[in-house]
Design a protein. Structure first.
Length: 207
């Protein structure tokens, strides 16, 4: 009987982790789409429509997680921390959606300075996905991987982009560009909050 309980618990943990990973996948797709936008590979209006579809899918994956949590007796970490992790990933996607929407709304043009910030954000999401994948089988390793998810330096890339922008001002466009860069910086902050939620959950459960 104890073995059966452990097996059922492990299966449930993997299911919950899978739902969070699906959310991260949506966020990563949003970032990849934003990169195509700023590289001039995708018309802003098209990008805006596509990112809205990705956001709706991300919301559905979050809904799947919440529904599963309500039916679950166990979870790999406290429900509150798993919920915070999921909410943080959702916030990342929301910030990327706002970036794409405002890029179109404000008539911004493709600019290379967005690329490095998006690259760092994509790297951080990839690392967070690794951490989430470890949660069901190696929670302590997951906590260490979550710390690594904060290392790519989205904030530093954002600051460098703003510095470069102010060094070569484009009359009438700087305010828009700084606002849009701020959306990406916010996405990085929300990702860091998600990573902290995972690490906090492991610490509380396994300290």
């Amino acid at each position: 009987m104890p073995g059966l309980v452990r097996e059922l618990s492990s299966g449930n943990d993997r299911s919950l982790v899978g739902h969070v990973s699906a959310q991260i996948s949506c966020a990563a797709r949003g970032v990849a789409l934003a990169h195509r936008l700023v590289d001039g590979q995708l018309p802003p209006a098209v990008a805006r429509q596509l990112v809205a579809e990705i956001e709706h899918e991300g919301d559905a994956r979050r809904g799947d997680l919440i529904g599963r949590l309500r039916r679950s007796v166990t979870s790999p970490v406290d429900r509150e921390d798993l919920f915070r992790l999921s909410r943080g990933v959702d916030d990342v996607l929301d910030a990327v959606r706002d970036f794409v929407r405002e890029f179109d709304l404000f008539g911004e043009l493709p600019r290379p300075l967005y690329g490095p910030v998006l690259d760092r954000l994509a790297d951080a999401l990839s690392r967070l996905d690794v951490a989430v994948g470890l949660l069901a089988t190696g929670p302590r390793e997951a906590a260490l991987a979550a710390v690594a998810a904060k290392k790519p330096g989205v904030r530093a890339a954002y600051q460098l982009a703003v510095s470069d922008l102010l060094g070569e001002p484009v009359p009438g466009r700087d305010l828009v560009t700084i606002l849009l860069l701020g959306r990406l910086d916010l996405a990085g902050q929300r990702l860091a909050a998600a990573a902290d939620a995972l690490a906090d959950g492991v610490m509380k459960r396994f300290q």
